[in-house]
Design a protein around this ligand. Structure first.
Ligand code: FAD
Length: 638
């Protein structure tokens, strides 16, 4: 039998970003023993990179804000495809989750009268993002880690061991979930440094592994975002939904090439920055879609007044939801009005004093100074769309975060439903806190309800180890040897070019053919050397996850014959009400294959509860819903 280090916990949380840490805290506070596993260093998750802030309708900057307005904005942003129950819980609970962070020691920026300051962001009716300069995610992680240390200190007092009930396993990658009789029994992985195998025996796993950006060439995401949680869940028998919806953030750096894709926070526009084309035109006024007409200023004077008086003026179209802005930039560039390096200009220099820019946006100032030699207090930035966030993910119960596999829970970016077809900026950090907590609670309740814990079978451990070392054994199934870096580059290029921001049927079919070719060639992936810190081997293992999630994205995108949110089709440019309530569900048949076949099926969404539906004017719903769906609406009957 393979040599494997063994541990046993009540709950194992995979991922130490915002969702994972919040789940850990909750499960531990319920008295359970918890392990948190992360493939990067502890403290280095995507969440740390979040700049703009955390959306919560605290009403500090505008007393008109409340959960109902936040709920409406979120549903509009997602083009009414969101899981409405998740959007409801999120809008209601986000303010408490932000306050709670302050009890852990977070210190958000303040208004003049001492309340938590809130900034404007795209798609949010009122200034709503609680923030710490442009380093909000860092503060979120810092304080949750501090909370974890304080829980460990309590354990030291009680049990004489800091790690008696809560232990961090950093730089440790999980490659398989194990089951007995359909229920989660454990998780298998390896230490990145030594390559040694590790097994967690546990009845409950919370997946909080973040996104899939590394399947695309130009992305704001870092090396860890290879869709591991999405793929682990699929292979364990859970479903993914909404995988066709990938968010391209409108403002990534476009120059120099080495930093292409790195994010330029929406906070720049929230604080007054405006988009301009090569002719100096503020072009966003030409791109206000019909569904948002009336809510956005149609002239520069009103847009500028809005920053000082949001009650009497309509908001600037520079802050339309991200999908709209990304498409507008794409069109400007395509029509020859782009900046020298293939983006557009984002100008804050002419809008705010230099000191104010450095105070409000310190990271952006340094990012451009150091990486592009651009002083953003003096000249405009060059920006363009970058793959940023995946709306699709593991289908979960909104209240408990449980997937369809008993013992498997998911929260954060790897879960699906909350954001519908497009996420509003700032709604991820709040999502992590709200549903991270719920996942911790859900997992704890599940464990407490068990009469008997599922057991890990030795054969499953042996099989997981065999799959993990397979890339050292040379090419299999008679195919030629392949380098994992070459296959990864080809996969990223295809996804970027053929299933990117604007999609066409023939191009997506080409991508699917290419993915099928990569699927054949993946059996040839071979790595050299040993298991001790071997990045080529790590990539070989990540590659099968990226391939699986890319197939989900490409197949679902081809199937959805409309444009909505983060899915834009050149050949079906309109939003189609018949598609609004349809979810595309990705699943795989139980199999031992390295990359099992993906099946896509459509299913209807549960209709929105009546009291929530009535938060919207009928005239607005008519832009999204079919006639049949609205037949029973009270305004129709009246
Ligand atoms: P992450 O924070 O992505 O953490 C994932 C964790 O899973 C990591 O610890 C990783 O090591 C671990 N992991 C992954 N796979 C494995 C595996 N196989 N085994 C073990 N561990 C694994 N959102 C906002 O709301 N506001 C913002 O201002 C904002 N700004 C952003 C700026 C940038 C540059 C980026 C990239 C994103 C931003 N977002 C923002 C989005 C937001 O940061 C992310 O969606 C969110 O942080 C995801 O959190 P998470 O907890 O789901 O996962």
């Amino acid at each position: 039998m393979t040599e494997v280090e063994r541990h046993s916990y009540d709950v194992v949380v995979i991922g130490a970003g915002g969702a994972g840490l919040r789940a850990v805290i909750e499960a531990r506070q319920r008295g359970l023993s918890v392990a948190v596993v992360c493939k990067s260093l502890f403290g280095k998750a995507h969440t740390v990179m979040a700049e703009g802030g955390c959306a919560a309708s605290m009403g500090n900057a505008n007393a008109g804000d409340n959960w109902q307005v936040h709920f409406r904005d979120t549903m509009r942003g997602g083009k009414f495809l969101n899981n409405w129950r998740m959007a409801e819980l999120h809008a209601k609970e986000a303010p408490d989750r932000v306050w709670e962070l302050e009890t852990y020691g977070a210190l958000f920026d303040r208004t003049a009268d001492g309340r938590i300051s809130q900034r404007n962001f795209g798609g949010h009716t009122y200034p709503r993002l609680a923030h710490v300069g442009d380093r909000t995610g860092l503060e979120l992680i810092r304080t949750m880690q501090q909370k974890i240390v304080s829980l460990q200190q309590e354990d030291q007092k009680r049990y004489g061991d800091y790690e008696a009930k809560l232990k961090v396993f950093a730089e440790c990658t999980v490659t398989e979930l194990l089951k007995e009789d359909g229920r989660i029994s454990g998780a298998f992985g390896y230490w990145r440094e030594s390559g040694r195998f590790i097994l967690f025996e546990t009845p409950a796993v919370v997946l909080a592994t973040g996104g899939i950006g590394k399947s695309f060439k130009v992305t704001s995401n870092s090396w860890e975002y290879t869709g591991d949680g999405h793929a682990l869940a699929l292979r364990a028998g859970a479903d993914l939904i909404n995988m066709e919806f990938v968010q391209f953030h409108p403002t990534g750096m476009v120059w120099p090439p080495s930093v292409k894709g790195i994010l330029v926070t929406e906070g720049v526009r929230g604080d007054g920055g405006v988009l301009k084309n090569s002719q100096g035109e503020r072009f966003m006024f030409r791109y206000i879609p019909d569904v948002f007409k009336g809510q956005y200023a149609d002239n520069e004077a009103e847009a500028d007044r809005w920053y000082d008086d949001a009650d009497k003026n309509r908001r600037t179209p520079d802050l339309l939801p991200r999908d709209e802005v990304a498409r507008a930039i794409n069109t400007e560039v395509k029509e020859g009005r782009g900046s020298p390096h293939g983006g557009v200009f984002l100008d804050i220099a002419s809008r705010l004093p230099a000191d104010e820019i450095r105070r409000r946006l310190p990271s952006m100032y340094h990012q451009f100074k150091e990486l592009a030699d651009v002083d953003i207090t003096k000249e405009p930035m060059e920006v363009g769309p970058t793959c940023h966030y995946v709306m699709g993910g593991i289908e979960v119960d909104p209240d408990t975060a449980a997937s369809s596999v008993p013992g498997l829970f998911a929260a954060g970016e790897c879960s699906g439903g909350m954001h519908g077809s497009n996420r509003l900026g700032g709604n991820s950090l709040s999502d992590l806190l709200v549903f991270g907590r719920r996942a911790g609670l859900g997992a704890a309740s599940y464990v407490e309800s068990l009469e008997r814990r599922p057991k890990v079978a030795d054969a499953d451990v042996t099989a997981a180890a065999r799959t993990a070392v397979a890339p050292f054994d040379g090419a299999r199934d008679g195919v030629a040897e392949e380098n994992p870096y070459t296959l990864h580059t080809e996969l990223q290029q295809s996804m970027n070019d053929l299933v990117g921001i604007i999609r066409k049927s023939d191009e997506m079919q080409k991508a699917i053919d290419k993915l099928a070719e990569i699927r054949r060639r993946i059996c040839g992936v071979t790595v050299e050397g040993h298991r001790q810190y071997n990045p080529g081997w790590h990539l070989a293992l990540d590659l099968r996850n990226m391939l699986l999630v890319s197939e989900c994205v490409a197949h679902a995108a081809l199937r959805r014959t409309e444009s909505r949110g983060g899915h834009t089709r050149d050949d079906h440019p309109q939003m189609d009400a018949q598609w609004r309530n349809k979810l595309l569900v990705c699943s795989v048949a139980d199999s031992d294959e390295v990359v099992p076949d993906v099946t896509i099926a459509a299913k209807p969404q549960e209709p929105m509860r009546q009291d929530l539906l009535e938060l919207f004017e009928l005239s607005e719903l008519e832009k999204y819903y079919t006639e049949d769906e609205l037949a029973d609406h009270p305004e129709r009957k009246a």
